[in-house]
Design a protein around this ligand. Sequence first.
Ligand code: LMR
Length: 392
Amino acid sequence: MLDNLAPQAPDALLALIKLYAADDRADKIDLGVGVYRTDDGATPVFRSIKQAETRLVAEQESKGYLGPEGDMGFVRALMPYVFGGDGDMGGRVEGMQTPGGTGACRLAFALAQKAGVKRVLMGVPSWPNHAQILADLGLEVVSFPHARADGGADIDALLSALAAAGEGDAVLIHGCCHNPTGVDYSAADWAAIAAALADSPVLPIVDFAYHGLGFGLEEDAAGMRALLAAVPEALVAYSCDKNFGVYRDRVGAFYVKSDTAGHLPVAMSNAAALARANWSMPPDHGGAAIRLILSDEAMTAEWLAELDSMRQRLRWVRERLAAADNKVPGLDLAPLANQSGMFAMLALDKDQIQRLRDQHGVYMAGSGRINVAGLTAGNIDKFIAALADVTA
Ligand code: LMR
C-alpha cells in the first residue's frame, strides 16, 4: 500500500533550518524561518516565561486532560489585548486554545468550510502554509496581489476581489506584520475593507500571528478591531509563538466574533468537534505559562518590556536597511523603514538568492523573504555588502 505514496519535498522554509545548521562558516547569517533574535543572534526564552514556568512547576497539581478548548484561562486573559476593552466586544467573541497559529488557521479554515465556505480569497504572496492548509482541506484559493511595486499594500486589488466575491467565499487578511512582505494596510485601507465587508456575505478570516511586533499591541490591533466592529461575523487565528517567544511550545488561540445571539456557542461547539478530530486538545504548557504571566502585574510588565525591546530592535534593523538603499542600487530598500514586523521581501532572483547562500553564507527563503530579526549590529554591514555584490 505504501507504494502508492509519492515522496514529498520537505517544507522549503523549515528545510532552511537544517541547511543553515550544516554550514560551518562562522560568519553565516540566518534570515530564514521566522524566529526573533537578539543583537547577539540568540533566541532566548523570555524572562517572563521563565518566571511563569518556574511557578508552573511549583504550583501545577495535575496534568489531567482539559478538553478540546484547552486552557480557557489563557484564552480569556489574552482577549483584552486582542480585542480591546473587556476583551469580548460585549459578549460577541468566544475562543479556544489551539496548537500554535497553524492550528488556529487550520481550525478557522475548517470551520469556515463546515459553514459552507468553498473559496478563500487570499492576497499573494502569503505565508506558504496558508495555501498548503487550504489545499489539504480542498478549499479553492482565489488570489490577488497583496503589495504594490512601490512597497505599499494593494488595497484596490483586495477591494476588487471582494466586489467579485459572494456567498460561499471567505477572505484571509493578515492582522499586522504581513508575512512575507511586511506590507500592512493603512488605517484608511482598513476602513475601506470594513466598509466593503460590512454588508457582504464574504466571511473575514484574520490571521494575527505577530501582534505587538509592528508598532505596538494597540496600534497593531487597531485595523482588525475596526473591521471586527463593522462586520456581523468573523474568525480570528492568533499566535503567541512570536510575541511570547514560545515557538516550539505551540501556543495559539482561535476566536469567533458574531453579532447574532446563539451563533457563538454553536460555532464553538463545531470548533471543539473539529479540534477533537484533529488534535484532540492543544498542548498545555505554554498556554498555562502565558495565563500565569497575564494574571500577574509584575510578570505582565516584564513581558511588555520584552516585547517593546523586540519591536525596537526590529525597527532599528529596518531603519539600517532602509538607510543602506544607496549602497545597493539594484534593490529598493527604502520602503522597509515603514513596513512592519519580522519579514521583508527583497526583489532577488533565484540565482542571486543561491549566490548569497553559496558565496556569502546568507540563508533566506527562496521567495526572497528575509527575517529581519536575523540581522544584528555585528552582521548587517556584511549582509548589505553581500546584497550589493549579488545585485551589481
Ligand atoms: C515563518 O513564516 O517563518 C513562521 O511563521 C514559521 C513557520 O511556521 O513557517
